[in-house]
Design a protein around this ligand. Structure first.
Ligand code: FES
Ligand code: FE2
Length: 402
């Protein structure tokens, strides 16, 4: 830390607004620990789509920083989440990333838990041992129109406002009945904030993403963008897409609500969706009647971002692994009755965001390397980094929230 002995409060107070974060926000373990307490474990994280777990006993595991959660379809048909931590001596219970079980059996000494988290067997324990007191600990779970979120806090922010205000845009794309067509996890050797900061700005898009820049219009000048946007707005209604803008991104956790936002942006002319040639890669979603040439951005909390084209949805989830490593999980969703091979091809569907995320991974890791240098000094944000700036300010605010 090159002799920087300032306290965290002093560091936050001294952070120059409108500038990249000071090195210690990326390299100081005390700050990382604080982030775990005040940001990571207080916010909702997208764990996937309900269609991934159709039957009781279907499960998947989500690992975030030091936590591991089992998300399982319970015997009553509802989704539930449990801490993947044995109530005997704390081993991880479930070592598979996903699957189907009748019972979870701890690999250490064989304690068995049913799919509702109850301890059902524990060998050689005295007869006085009360199994009912040793069920798996619950992790908070919410289903927002088919998207499954978990939070590692017993008092998570409320998702009521997000669920209510996003009901209409999510219904347009029939989120409830989407199905998972592909999932990929990208390991990024960089602090989690660098991964999300990169997602928040498109200043780098023109240089780093020739494929994305060909179809998405975020980096063109305002005049051209307005013209393209007007063109899309003229087509939207006939395609069954209402023009809705929702902006509650700045809802801080202190307000007790999850932050959220929704808007739709035009693609370049000739692009019906985010595919190599601009042509559809899957059947139209929901009751849509045509392609308006747009893509909708959803933000749900601090870690989860969605992009809804007219024929598929891409979900991005950025989470910390440890202070110097993060990962990006991408879920590609198509309409529930679409069939692989007949209606969509996974390589075509995933092409754009796979190349884009591989490119992002490289630039984020290079960014992390430079930030660790003794020569790193925060530089000023450009106009095109306003969302990143907002995100960084949110981080600073949350770090100070006791
Ligand atoms: S730690 Fe799980 S059975 Fe012992
Ligand atoms: Fe990028």
């Amino acid at each position: 830390m090159h002799g920087d002995t300032r306290s965290i409060d002093e560091l936050i107070a001294g952070q120059k607004r409108g500038y990249a974060l000071d090195q210690r926000f990326y390299t100081d373990p005390t700050i990382y620990d604080l982030e775990i307490d005040r940001i990571i474990s207080r916010n909702w994280i997208l764990a996937g789509h309900q269609s991934e777990l159709p039957e009781p006993g279907d499960y998947k595991v989500l690992n975030v920083a030091n936590e591991s959660a089992i998300i399982v379809r319970g015997s009553d048909g509802d989704l539930k989440a449990f801490a993947n931590v044995c109530r005997h001596r704390g081993s991880l219970v479930c070592l598979q990333a996903e699957g189907h079980v009748r019972k979870f059996s701890c690999p250490y000494h064989g304690w068995m838990y049913d799919i509702d988290g109850n301890l059902t067997a524990a060998r050689s324990m005295p007869s006085s041992f009360d199994k009912s007191a040793y069920g798996l600990n619950k992790v908070s779970l919410e289903n927002i129109h088919g998207l499954v979120f978990i939070c590692f806090s017993d008092e998570p922010p409320s998702v009521d406002a997000a669920r209510r205000d996003l009901a209409e845009p999510m219904a347009m794309f029939d989120f409830e009945n989407l199905k998972l067509a592909a999932h990929k996890s990208y390991d990024i050797a960089a602090n989690w904030k660098l991964s999300i900061e990169n997602y928040q700005e498109c200043y780098h898009c023109a240089t780093a993403h020739p494929e994305y820049a060909q179809m998405h219009t975020l980096m063109v000048d305002r005049k051209k963008r307005e013209r393209l946007q007007g063109h899309m707005l003229g087509k939207m209604e006939a395609c069954g897409i209402r023009n809705i803008v929702v902006d509650h991104l700045n809802t801080d956790a202190a307000s007790g609500q999850l932050g959220y936002a929704y808007s739709r942006t035009a693609l370049f002319e000739g692009y019906q969706t985010g595919s190599k040639d601009g042509k559809p890669v899957a059947p139209l979603l929901g009751n849509l009647k045509g392609y308006d040439g747009g893509a909708s951005d959803f933000s749900l909390g601090a870690f989860s971002f969605l992009l809804a084209y007219s024929d598929h949805v891409v979900c991005y989830v950025f989470t910390p692994v440890d202070m110097n490593n993060s990962k990006c999980d991408i879920y590609w969703l198509v309409r529930g009755d679409a069939q692989e091979g007949r209606d969509y091809d996974v390589d075509e569907l995933t092409w754009l965001w796979d190349v884009t995320t591989e490119a992002d991974k490289t630039i984020i890791v290079n960014n992390a390397k430079g930030i660790h240098s003794r020569y790193y000094k925060p530089g000023p944000f450009s106009e095109m980094e306003s969302l990143e700036r907002q995100y960084v300010e949110w981080i600073l605010q949350e770090l100070q929230r006791v």
